[in-house]
Design a protein around this ligand. Sequence first.
Ligand code: ATP
Length: 286
Amino acid sequence: MSLSVTDLTFRYGRRQILDEVTFDVASGQFCALLGPNGSGKSTLVKAIAGVHRPASGTVTVDGTDTATLGRREHARVVGYVPQHGDAPFDLTVREAVVLGRTPHFGLAPTTQDWAMVEDAIERMGLGDLAERSMSELSGGQAQRALIARALAQDTRVLLLDEPTSALDLRYQIETLQLVRQITREQGISALIAIHDLNHAARYCDQVVVLHGGHILTDGTPQEALDAPTLRDVYEVDVEVHLREGVVEVRPRIDEHGYTLTGSQIGSLADAHVAFDPADEPVGARR
Ligand SMILES: Nc1ncnc2c1ncn2[C@@H]1O[C@H](COP(=O)(O)OP(=O)(O)OP(=O)(O)O)[C@@H](O)[C@H]1O
């Protein structure tokens, strides 16, 4: 059982953004949604989250069409961390995180609800900030609070729209590790829109590349992140290596330290770099 997106088409007015997008994220899988700026990642995540109503197509979770769910029921099934957080500024961090539990409790949170709130706060490293007002947080701290709120929501599907963009390196890594762990432990499906190809390759089980309103590739990081595809999609000359079993993408640089970009790469012939046969130590090529 899983998240299934089938033939999803979306338009802003008359402008088509998504054209019959189809892919699945199985239970226990952490999927990266990649694509250049403006390729429609946020739009797709919002359509899956129920924020946008697609022109056609379906989103099902464990076989249930999410369009048939009431608001509260939907919120028990699908959790969503938006790219630009709607941080509730007049609340403390703890109060903001307990909002994630509202689809689950009646008039007031139960002991179990509070336990899940505390767990989410701790897991996102917000223990010392729990009584702070959301308005006093840094951008990254507020982003972590919004992720904690989604974790407390305890849904079958977790959607994250560039949740690590404001986080420092430690919290980027910890957040991605945590989502991967939760995804596996709880058998949920997680989808993250993300720009960092190497983080996607390291922490995600599946990579979906969105380009021109279509899914261009969908597979394991090794299958989906190949140099010709990335050059076409991002218009940057890259090389792709396999190091210690993990795909690593690097811009290629010439002898002057420059990378070919945009129309310059149009003249490149076919793929010139495949996976390194040997898993090289980090510093070997630097
Ligand atoms: N509310 C809107 N009304 C009209 N067009 C929009 C709206 N939001 C986004 N778009 C357009 O839809 C296209 C896809 O935008 P979207 O935000 O989904 O891309 P994205 O892949 O998430 O980009 P980024 O990587 O920059 O966050 C873009 O061309 C954008 O200009």
